[in-house]
Design a protein around this ligand. Sequence first.
Ligand code: CA2
Length: 148
Amino acid sequence: MKKILVINGPNLNFLGIREKNIYGNETYDDLCELIQISAKKLGCEVELYQSNHEGCLVDKIQQCYGNKDGIVINPAAYTHTSVAILDALKAVNIPAVEVHISDVDSREDFRKISYAGMYCFARVAGEGFDGYVHALKLLLEKLSLCPT
Ligand code: CA2
């Protein structure tokens, strides 16, 4: 069974509490439940992680080395700033998909740049929570093409 890390960056633990017009009414716990239910249906094992700290996200990505088959990542605001997260993804060198709840390209200009996206083989944006399920499917498809 493929082992996937789903990793979320800063403030996503506030989902469903503020900015509901952009990110919806559902909470981070609801998101985790959706992902785990979908993972079961898709036949993969998912570990979920969220942090507000860049270094913790880097540490968690590094721990994937030799332990995970792929990564689904929403780096949140660090998408647009973090070369450290890009370098960590490059260092572990396993397939990764970038996901965003909102349609980042139709928002402010500063959200158009994505450092993590320079490594990820695919990006899903603007599909709400379902985007995580879409990202998982893309990752599993990719992994089935390159079995280890
Ligand atoms: O659309 C996404 O998933 C984002 O990654 C979310 C980030 C944003 O900086 C990216 O440009 C796009 C922000 C996450 C903040 O989440 C909140 C949730 C509830 C209340 C406040 C913030």
